[in-house]
Design a protein around this ligand. Structure first.
Ligand code: COA
Length: 387
């Protein structure tokens, strides 16, 4: 009879094992650079501040797909292609009509994108141009899926996309059934720019891993949406808003509310980051947007509570806000329901996910790390009735 052996492992021999892959460089990439100490974010050579001030979301998509900015003709072509690609195949719309009205919007988005794969050529043979076309197809249709589901679950007919407006304008139009004001469309466009790309975060890693098996782009984006949905990643913006609404409902003091949660060892959503050790530069931009919009729309108390929470987190834990903290009040001031916030994050981040898919596909190798076995060996088999 073989002797059962407990595997003795000296973990100090394995310095490369960092829980959560903390600090591990998994890929080289041109897509973005983050300096977590300085609070600096660059997409393909351009600082987030420069892009926020000058770019449109569609220009950022082009940048992330081609690693350079488009000229006017290329931008016009991209805008036209996106406008032509926004409507959904009828069976996808049927799925949205037939699914549970209480489904989570992120789940509907994930399934909708997965289903889109049934209607487009998914093979890898189409090469770089084919990849960009797939990226356009997916990026153009995601806002349509989100808006259609929100209307259908509220017993309203979905609104067909416009053929002459950009992603931000179209999304608000399809969601509300009326044209947004210029300022609202611009604010949404800016939010899309700010969320487009962010290094090797969990959902981007997922997209690249799926690409590396030579699977198709629809599968990669379906997986990435699943990863973004979690509250430790993109789901945090919705959790931030729910926290602020809970403070309002309980008529609580925001500082005491946060201190109590911290005393219970709970995390405060919208704070902390694996890479940033100072304020996330996107949070800086969103902070001033949140202040302005909250004042304009009569939600100034939500902004004031956010500032009080920020100060408490700094003094109690020395932890700064991330992109999700102020984006919550920005979307709320625009009248958008909290459970759509992570979907908006997705319809922006799809540009980065697909950009990374293309980069991975151009220089691919199967992603296949290893796990250190810490179980036992040579166990004797015990018949089921004796266990
Ligand atoms: N609230 C309270 N404490 C927090 C915190 C938060 N939001 N974020 C981190 N911390 C604390 C942890 O409790 C931990 O403290 P400890 O060392 O005393 O146990 C320490 O800071 C390190 O946190 P950890 O979760 O190990 O860091 P990480 O790098 O694994 O995780 C996040 C990063 C983003 C997952 C984490 O900060 C978090 O859960 N934040 C809230 C969710 C969120 O906003 N996600 C969106 C990210 S863009």
């Amino acid at each position: 009879m073989a002797e059962s052996v407990k595997t003795e492992i000296d973990l100090s021999q394995y310095p490369h094992i960092n829980k959560g892959l903390d600090g591990i460089i998994a890929f080289s990439s041109r897509k973005s650079f983050i300096d977590g100490q300085k609070g600096e974010l660059i997409y393909d050579g351009y600082s987030i501040e420069t892009l926020a001030e000058n770019a449109t979301f569609e220009e950022v998509c082009f940048l992330l797909w081609h690693d350079r900015l488009p000229n006017q003709q290329e931008l016009d072509e991209l805008n036209k292609k996106m406008q032509k690609a926004r409507s959904l195949p009828e069976p996808v719309l049927q799925y949205i009509r037939n699914t549970s009205a209480s489904a989570e919007p992120m789940s509907v988005l994930r399934t909708g994108v997965s289903m889109l794969g049934d209607f487009y050529e998914t093979g890898k043979k189409n090469g770089p141009d084919g990849w960009v076309d797939k990226a356009i197809t997916i990026a153009a249709k995601m806002p349509t899926i989100i808006a259609a589901f929100d209307r259908i679950r509220n017993d309203k007919e979905p609104v067909s996309p416009l053929s002459d407006k950009n992603t931000a304008h179209n999304f608000l139009y399809m969601l509300n059934g009326e044209h947004p004001g210029e300022q609202a469309a611009k604010t949404m466009d800016l939010c899309l720019i700010l969320h487009a790309e962010h290094g090797m975060n969990a959902s981007t890693f997922t997209s690249r891993t799926i690409c590396a098996t030579e699977s198709d782009m629809f599968s990669a984006i379906t997986g990435a949406i699943g990863a973004l949905k979690g509250p430790l990643h993109g789901g945090a913006n919705q959790a931030v808003m729910n926290m602020l609404l809970e403070i309002e409902e309980q008529d609580a003091d925001p500082v005491e509310f946060v201190k109590e949660r911290l005393a219970n060892k709970e995390k405060i959503m919208g704070f902390g980051h694996r890479v940033y050790k100072t304020m996330d530069p996107r949070a800086r931009i969103l902070r001033s947007m949140s202040k302005q919009l909250s004042e304009e729309t009569g939600h100034v108390e939500l902004y004031n509570w956010s500032e009080a929470i920020l100060e408490t987190m700094k003094s109690e834990k020395n932890i700064d806000p991330n992109v999700d903290f102020f984006s919550a009040t920005v979307y709320y001031s625009m009248g958008i329901k909290p459970d759509l916030y992570t979907c908006i994050f997705s319809m922006s981040r799809v540009s980065g996910w697909t950009g990374h898919y293309i980069e991975q596909a151009e220089n691919n190798r199967l992603i296949r790390p290893r796990a250190l076995y810490i179980g036992e060996k040579n166990q004797d088999w015990v018949p089921v009735e004796e266990r």
